[in-house]
Design a binder for this molecule. Structure first.
Ligand code: MRU
Length: 352
């Protein structure tokens, strides 16, 4: 299967960041063309590009595009600009660690080139190369994650997923969706259930859109139907992505994931988190240390332009929750499958 839509890439002349505006899906496929730090920040903030790995890729390309425009012969001046743009983009969303990971990686590459006395043009070329590598590695990691996950799955299984951890959240097959695509190619005939994922409906608008478009068997359910669907025996495994995995294995993902994990444990269904190792943050000791993004209450009170709660009523809108390891069966990365004890096995994964 070839993936037709890449959520974040450069235009042909490498001077604009092209983003599929995911806020408009599934109604229309429109692209944004950005070349300012404010434009890239805004696109990440309002979820035109979303999903942890895709945010990282967009930030890396966004940083490059902004620096490429800087007219200077001074490496020091370019470096100052890089720090400013990078610090600014890092304030767009707090939870997905891939944003900070990608920006740090670009900064590190800058430092390496500077240490080798490269001039401005050579540094710009290296930053372009680095962002291309981030994208390419992401595509390769998706395949590896999918292949590891397939070893845990069998043909005909019912799979539940939450939010969108598919191709539109990465640059390839996605994380949680990678085994679905790879299984499809092998004729596995999975029956996939996609939670709609309130309040912004990434499951209904994006997961259902991309899986249906690719010909997979996908059924949308509202978030409050997960228990019933599990009770009816329709779900054999839950596959979700993650925005940040702490060093002890606690995993942040879209709000609602924790509830699904608790249900899965009750019904004896394996709960898998699929993510690249760039999502594992060894500097975050436990899930309690993960900053949870709080979003505008209007997303709840005014869903998609329609009044969905009284205008003045209080609404609370955390965008993510953290699933503690006691509810996690395994974390599936491109380097392999991690099971309990998670802290020790995550350490081993990085040492190996
Ligand atoms: O708010 P979003 O749409 O960026 O949230 C996305 C998720 O929670 C995904 O499940 C997660 O980033 C994993 S993406 C491979």
């Amino acid at each position: 299967m070839t993936k037709s839509i890449v959520p974040a890439k450069l235009n042909e002349s490498n001077d604009k960041l092209i983003l599929l505006d995911q806020t408009l899906l599934p109604e229309s496929e429109k692209y944004l063309e950005l070349d300012t730090k404010e434009g890239v920040w805004e696109a990440i903030k309002r979820l035109s590009v979303r999903g942890a790995p895709a945010i990282g890729i967009a930030a890396a390309y966004g940083l490059y595009v902004c620096l490429n425009k800087v007219e200077t012969d001074s490496v020091a001046e370019l470096e100052k600009e890089m720090k400013e743009v990078s610090d600014y983009l890092a304030t767009s969303r707090p939870t997905a660690v891939n944003l900070f990971w990608a920006l740090k990686r670009m900064e590190k590459r800058f430092e390496q080139e500077k240490a080798e006395d490269k001039n401005v043009e050579a540094i710009k070329a290296a930053l372009l190369e680095e962002s291309d590598e981030i994208l390419k590695e992401d595509q390769e990691m998706d395949i590896a994650i999918g292949e590891h996950a397939l070893t845990l799955l069998e043909p005909g299984m019912g799979l539940l997923t939450h939010c969108n951890a598919g191709g539109l959240a990465t640059s390839g097959y996605g994380t949680a969706e990678a085994p679905m695509y790879l299984g499809y190619d092998k004729g596995y005939d999975f029956k996939i259930y996609a939670d709609e994922t309130r309040p912004l409906l990434q499951g209904a608008r994006i997961t259902a859109f991309e899986l249906y478009k690719a010909g997979l068997d996908v059924t949308v359910i509202t978030d409050n139907m997960a228990a019933q669907v599990m009770k009816e025996g329709k779900i054999d495994a839950v596959l979700v992505g993650s925005d940040r995995i702490a060093a002890n294995g606690d995993a942040a993902n879209k709000i609602g994931t924790l509830g699904v994990a608790i249900l899965a444990k009750e019904y004896g269904i394996p709960m898998y988190f699929l993510a690249p190792t760039s999502t594992i943050d060894l500097e975050t000791p436990t899930g309690d240390d993960i900053e949870i993004e709080l979003r505008d209450p209007e997303e709840i009170r005014n869903g998609f332009g329609r009044r969905t709660a009284p205008k003045e009523v209080k609404a609370y809108n955390p965008a993510f929750d953290v699933t503690p390891t006691k509810y996690i069966t395994a974390i599936i990365t491109e380097k392999g499958i991690v099971e309990a004890p998670f802290k020790e096995n995550i350490e081993k994964l990085f040492k190996d």
